[in-house]
Design a protein around this ligand. Structure first.
Ligand SMILES: [Zn+2]
Length: 98
């Protein structure tokens, strides 16, 4: 039987894991503008592109897809945070680079 099915529910662990996921997601959500600071209207480049996000997902899947010890929840939070930045930027008139 899988560990998460036999483990007792611990609300403090859920809160702590959620806080960690939120923090990682928030940092990842800001990362595209850290890598390519919005100093000019045309700052969005490679790190703001869907191909880069796809490469991140691909690399994460290759590196951690079969891992039993990797913090997959935090990795997922990172990818969702990064992707949410691109989704938000993509819905502006300037959009994302292709
Ligand atoms: Zn941006």
């Amino acid at each position: 039987m899988k560990d998460h099915l036999t483990k007792e529910f611990d609300v403090s662990e859920v809160i702590w894991d959620s806080a960690k996921g939120g923090a990682v997601g928030a940092v990842a959500g800001a990362l595209p503008d850290v890598l390519e600071p919005p100093a000019s209207p045309n700052h969005r480049g490679f790190f703001h592109s869907a191909p880069f996000l796809a490469a991140l997902v691909f690399a994460a899947t290759l590196l951690f897809g079969r891992s039993k010890t990797a913090p997959l929840g935090l990795l997922f939070s990172f990818l969702v945070g990064y992707g949410s930045h691109l989704l938000a930027d993509g819905n502006t008139p300037q959009g994302l680079p292709s």
